[in-house]
Write a protein that binds this ligand. Sequence first.
Ligand SMILES: C[S@@+](CC[C@H](N)C(=O)[O-])C[C@H]1O[C@@H](n2cnc3c(N)ncnc32)[C@H](O)[C@@H]1O
Length: 417
Amino acid sequence: MDDPAFQVETDLQTQSLLLAAANHDLRALRDLLRNTSASVQDPESGFTPLHAAIAACEPNAREETSKQVSGCTNGATTNGDAPKGEGEQRMTELEAAVKTIRLLFENGAIWNDLDANGETPGCIAHRLGLKRLYELCVDAGVRAELLLGRLDEYQPLGDEDSEEEEDGEDRDVEEVTKGVEAVEISGEDGQDNSNYLSSILSFDRDRILDDSANGVMIEWETALMRQSAELLLPSPELRVLNVGHGVGIIDSILQEKSPKSHHIIEAHPDVLKRMKEQGWYDKPGIVVHEGRWQDIVPGLIEKGELFDAIYFDTFAEEYKALREFFTEYVIGLLDPAGGADREGGKFGFFNGMGADRQVCYDVYNQIVELDLLEAGFDTEWETIPVPNFGEEGQWEGVRQKYWVLQNYKLATCSFIE
Ligand SMILES: C[S@@+](CC[C@H](N)C(=O)[O-])C[C@H]1O[C@@H](n2cnc3c(N)ncnc32)[C@H](O)[C@@H]1O
């Protein structure tokens, strides 16, 4: 790598790839991709060929990118004054971009590499309103993340032998997943659950921050909690389980619905202390389970406890944990003959993974729906607009916004009939 001649050659190859991608020049790209992967990055702009192929579709990017064919915003050609017929013979620039992007994905392009502006290729497509190109990025993200999820479950035999892993199968795993880590699908910055559970929490209004100023719960979520509670418990006298009490927003709303029984699982000692001070333990029908859901839920199943509705909203856990919850446990806790009018129990969860970037949220939503289906659930989605709370100080003192999107996708799940 220290060889300057080798470096020059690599740089040249990268620049050629970026140019061919920006020009949607499939022939040149195919030639170049014979000897190199599509996963290269310009050291200054951070552009990968995918970034270049998409950014070249910005109308004023044409002059900069030596493109010969013009116009590809959202499927419409801008060569309006070209003679009719000519346009039909010529591939539209959008179609050329689609082909280019497909070719790049087939040759190892990574869906979520970040450029120097902190944008993934999908972010650029979204910003430019290039719906088809955006969807290609989302589809590639779903494929990569599903594969990553499956590889994560896969434990090769002789797992302890790390030397063998380095030379063997695990190298393939690393290659497939490289770059997937560049943008975390979790909106919680990869926080570790046990670190969080031993951190000191501060409660302020209806808000919890941990001792690194991460927002555990912020009051803007109240409208989402209300709508979830309405869908899960539409009538009184139902049995509900809530995992993660937080500041008790959803538990207070669930209480308004006069449930027959109301179980709460909560693991953080500071939250439990506050629950005691606020009298949650003494409310009729409430059962508080102190501890991590991972330790509590098997006991509930053993006892044969069944619920008409289950809500799940924890903190500092990866998507894996939510998936484990609905794949392994909801089936044993949710009454298939329960719910309002005995139409079957309902399961809901706070849907916030990847919510610091639209493309990640869209990828994650497709993954969660597929995983729910595989676990035996039908999902109904409701889109709820999220107001911009910048001026209300909701994020004041919070280390990192975990939500930047305009719409929340609320999921309500029930067993497939
Ligand atoms: C985002 S808050 C829940 C907010 C709640 N939905 C509300 O309406 O206020 C997450 C809660 O889950 C708890 N928690 C985190 N990990 C947990 C685990 N493994 N088991 C049980 N509770 C957990 C946290 O202590 C916190 O109280």
